[in-house]
Design a protein around this ligand. Structure first.
Ligand code: PBG
Length: 315
């Protein structure tokens, strides 16, 4: 445990606050796409875009005006590769954000699904299996590239074994001991990631993610996975999808004594939008009802596609 790492920025102190959920404990996901000429709406999610490098800056400017100062950025490189990284793109995109908005807290998601030709979250062997050791090695290199480009925090979402320990080690070795890790520690294989995968160009080209993401039927491993990530050095833990994991908030908090957030994922969020578009509910009422349920369940923070509306809707 490193208290300096979770105390050096107001945004981090807000995540750790044991009080109830509010807009300061919300994180806005963003997508930046290499080589895109104009920003594109993400189908299914109102107000959410695949940004160009320059529209990303405008988006953050308007979000900060609306009271949002924590972001989770997904990078989508143009050229997919199973060995290389688009380091120049990462460098440009991340450093320009931090140069223009030094006060925000910028988390970067580390995963390989938007990077690789096959869309899996790790390195795939010639027999189609996902290689844990090679995946962790490559993911840790990505975490370091992000940190070097100016990322404030790293959020590993790949679900390989040992990635948190490996991220922590490489960050500490290279002088990034104050860069916190927010682990997607209890992340289930789910049908609710659809709109995200379109936005992040990350659908698996074959098979599914059941050999590395958690099985929704398995409560014990779901809890152990978060305990394990704490032991490996995670500073913040996360459940995902959100609503379908709420029964695990109390037991994981009790077992880990770490701030535990939830990710209200794209499919959960899009279902509210769809109901609203069809006149079955009022959009703001639907969003607020779910946020109140996350608050009631006691999550420490929330990643949600409407974080930028948090100050308006949910003081
Ligand atoms: C990358 C990743 C996914 C999400 C966040 N990081 C997709 C997946 O695991 O397939 C989903 C987020 C969402 O649906 O909003 N591995």
């Amino acid at each position: 445990m490193n208290l300096r790492r979770t105390k050096h920025h107001e945004a981090l102190r807000n995540l750790s606050d044991s009080g109830s959920l509010n807009y300061k404990k919300m994180i806005q996901p963003l997508f930046v796409v290499e080589g895109l000429s104009e920003k594109e709406p993400v189908p299914g999610l109102n107000n959410v875009y695949r940004d160009t490098e320059s529209s990303l800056l405008k988006q953050i400017e308007s979000d900060t005006k609306n009271g949002t100062d924590q972001f989770l950025l997904f990078t989508v490189p143009k050229h997919k590769s199973d060995s290389e990284f688009s380091s120049e793109f990462y460098n440009r995109a991340i450093s320009s954000v931090k140069k223009e908005f030094p006060h925000i807290f910028l988390w970067l998601d580390t995963c390989l699904c938007s990077v690789t030709t096959h869309g899996h979250c790790g390195h795939v062997n010639s027999d189609g299996t996902v290689d844990n050791a090679k995946s962790v090695e490559r993911l840790s290199r990505l975490a370091l590239l992000y940190a070097e480009a100016g990322a404030d925090g790293i959020a590993p979402s790949d679900m390989m074994d040992g990635r948190v320990a490996s991220h922590r080690k490489i960050l500490d070795t290279k002088g990034f001991h104050l860069t916190p890790i927010m682990s997607y520690s209890t992340k289930f294989k789910s049908s609710f990631y659809g709109p995200f995968r379109g936005a992040a160009e990350s659908s698996p080209g074959f098979g599914d993610r059941s050999t590395y993401q958690l099985d929704v039927r398995d409560r014990e491993t779901a809890i152990s996975a978060s305990i394990r990530d704490k032991e490996e050095g995670a500073d913040y833990l996360m459940l995902k999808p959100g609503i379908t994991s709420l029964d695990l908030v109390a037991p994981i908090k009790e077992a880990t004594k770490l701030p535990l957030g939830a990710y209200q994922v794209s499919g959960e969020f899009a279902s509210i939008e769809l109901l609203a578009e069809n006149g079955f509910l009022k959009r703001e009422d639907g969003i607020l009802e779910t946020w109140n349920v996350f608050r009631r369940a006691g999550v420490s923070f929330l990643i949600t596609y409407a974080a930028r509306e948090g100050k308006k809707l949910f003081l």
